[in-house]
Design a protein around this ligand. Structure first.
Ligand code: FES
Length: 103
């Protein structure tokens, strides 16, 4: 049986599930959700950048131009290239989109 983890998006209160081993962005799209901005789907454009505020995940290859550590040591990563190992809480980290959602 496939383990499914719950992904919570802090900025907008959305949540969806992601099977272990599947990318967070891909799982979101399969469920018809749109809380995380979608771009190249391959770790290059940075549109899906999020801050993981809680939970464990495995990261695949992604452009270093768009990822780093946020203040407090939280990980800034690309949702199309992270694979949850537990329930995750994330925060949108693409500045323009974050501003629009939080208004
Ligand atoms: S959608 Fe382009 S980096 Fe994730």
């Amino acid at each position: 049986m496939t383990v499914r983890h719950t992904i919570r998006v802090e900025n907008c209160g959305d949540h969806f599930t992601c099977p272990e081993g599947e990318g967070v962005l891909q799982a979101m799209e399969k469920q018809g959700r749109s809380s995380i901005p979608v771009g190249c789907r391959s770790g290059g454009c940075g549109r899906c950048r999020v801050e993981v505020t809680d939970g464990a995940f495995k990261a695949g290859p992604m452009s270093r131009r768009h990822v780093s550590e946020a203040e407090g040591g939280q990980a800034l990563v690309l949702a199309c290239r992270i694979y949850p190992r537990s329930d995750l809480t994330i925060r949108l980290a693409t500045p323009a989109f974050r501003t629009a959602v939080e208004k």
